[in-house]
Write a protein that binds this ligand. Structure first.
Ligand SMILES: [Zn+2]
Length: 145
């Protein structure tokens, strides 16, 4: 998948999951960035949000930089763009409840929900054929490394 197709698929996914998660009232900008542009350089995506304004920027790691992540990371489901996108969107709902002194429980619940939602979405897609709102599963890292 080339860079342009990758970004196009991500934007389709963003629009789809914003509808599913009832986040259409948020303005969410998507930026595909290089590893050195991320404040956490061991993650696939991160989010800046302003709850009062209901706007956010989701930064997604350019697939060209996947080899720069640790091999342990690359073998995990953390390296899944679908789950990462849903994860960052869920942060918008959960932002008012975030305790900056201890984010562990916060991240764990968002991880669990995002994994579960993507799992259900993928199973539905497999059983019922393609849904007009769905784009093909972006998969993990095949085709990028
Ligand atoms: Zn998170």
């Amino acid at each position: 998948m080339d860079d342009e197709s990758f970004e196009l698929e991500l934007r389709k996914q963003l629009a789809y999951w914003q509808r599913v998660l009832y986040l259409q009232d948020w303005t969410v900008e998507l930026r595909v960035v290089r590893q050195w542009e991320m404040t956490d350089n061991q993650t696939l995506a991160q989010c800046e949000n302003h709850v009062q304004r209901k706007d956010a920027i989701i930064y997604v790691l350019n697939p060209h930089d996947l080899p720069g992540l640790s091999s342990r990371f690359l073998n995990g489901e953390e390296c899944d763009y679908d789950i990462s996108l849903v994860h960052e969107l869920l942060h918008l709902h959960f932002a008012p409840f975030r305790n900056e002194n201890d984010t562990t429980a916060h991240e764990q619940v968002i991880n669990a929900i995002s994994r579960g939602m993507v799992k259900v979405w993928r199973n539905k897609d497999n059983e019922n054929g393609s849904d007009a709102l769905c784009v093909p599963v972006m998969g993990k890292t095949e085709g990028y490394l």
